[in-house]
Design a protein around this ligand. Structure first.
Ligand code: HEC
Length: 93
């Protein structure tokens, strides 16, 4: 692991701990949630990601662009290369 990445991870962890401590100090009780993304082996809920993309395409895309997201990024959340090609084929650039 490169040093700058490690340092920024440490800073992020410290910020997360401070944030949680801050909420506890104000008497806010944070509910424990069992997210599929929890832990270092956590992963995205694939079915949920598929539903989310569909909602985005049908509702949110009319106002919010994804111009900073490449189609290949969809592979990182569980779509196969062929599925990504099929999704991209729906759009004319
Ligand atoms: C009719 C247009 C429109 C649609 C459709 C729309 N949004 Fe937005 N969205 C906006 C606008 C405008 C803002 C900025 C509002 C502001 O900053 O006051 C915004 C802001 C946001 C924010 C940032 C909120 C924040 O606190 O800064 C998120 C997250 C968001 N939208 C998600 C979504 C999602 C998810 C969908 C689909 C379910 C969606 N939007 C659909 C117009 C839209």
């Amino acid at each position: 692991m490169k040093k700058p990445l490690f340092v920024s991870l440490l800073v992020m962890c410290a910020a997360a701990v401070l944030t949680v401590n801050g909420a506890a100090a104000e008497g806010v009780k944070l509910p424990a949630r069992d997210w599929s993304t929890n832990g270092i082996f956590g992963n995205f809920d694939r079915a949920s990601v598929r539903r989310g993309l569909r909602v985005y395409q049908e509702v949110c895309a009319s106002c919010h662009s994804l111009n900073l997201v490449a189609y290949r990024n969809l592979q990182a959340v569980g779509f196969s290369a062929d599925e990504v090609k099929a999704i991209a084929a729906d759009f004319e650039v």
